[in-house]
Design a protein around this ligand. Sequence first.
Ligand code: CP
Ligand code: NVA
Length: 301
Amino acid sequence: MKHVLKMLDLSPEEITQILDLADQLKYEKKHGIAHPYLIGKSIGLIFQKASTRTRVSFETGMNQLGGQALFLSARDLQIGRGEPVQDTARVLSRYLDAIMIRTFDQKEVEDLAEYGTIPVINGLTDFSHPCQVLADLMTIRERFGSLKGVKMAYLGDGDNMANSLIVGGLKTGMVVSVATPDEYKPDPIVLDFASEYDTFTWTNDPYEAVKDADVVITDTWASMGVEAEKEVRQIAFAPYQVNDELMKVAKPEAMVLHCLPAYREQEITEKVFEEHADEIFEEAENRLHAQKAVMVLLMKD
Ligand code: CP
Ligand code: NVA
């Protein structure tokens, strides 16, 4: 494993290796056992979009591992003034030991990895959000003990979260059911990948997707970059809201996850959110542990 650019690149064994190490690091953290695996190492965190969880969990995670994290706002980097990503990659490779980047275009992340000589971690693009999905899989596995055969239902926008959950879920043996409006389907590359699995279904009927689900997951209806479409999207996505009616068809003990930030009374009701807040905030915490595992596996000598 050289980089974490998208879930499509990770083998099932690599995903399991990350989740196992994440569990170990979480245990050690809870029991006050220090794990300074990355003393003297530096990671640059490039942000082209806003962030609360990704920024803070990478910064504190690196600190807990004994290394240093540099927050690099794309607005202040020369990349924001048109310096080619190829040059940025070659320069940063001479100062840093890894780069995390949050941006729009998946190609920018792939280019950084291609032209640089250090590991690159995708902290969210329009196409994928692998760090979030590793934390989600960790959270689901903690609850059920295993991912095999656990049914995940994803509702709403066929966005970066949908793309990554589909791939991560199928690769780890989950049953994945996705409901989106016809015009907001997941990426064709992901649907093509998923078509190889008889454990995958796409539908435009939210009730069909959620039926007997063990885990129900949703995301904002207007991701970063498409906020201008908010009003049109609110109409298109209204039937996909995670609410009491919909939860009645899931398994009675079903979990609800949300990568956050969550918009109440839009993709999820306040009531369902608060009933599942412990799960959702455990999921947010697991970003820290999963990303620490990724950094250790990519950066440790
Ligand atoms: N879920 C997530 O990636 O959160 P941030 O946008 O706050 O980093
Ligand atoms: N789909 C959302 C996820 C935010 C963490 C977005 O891209 O804005």
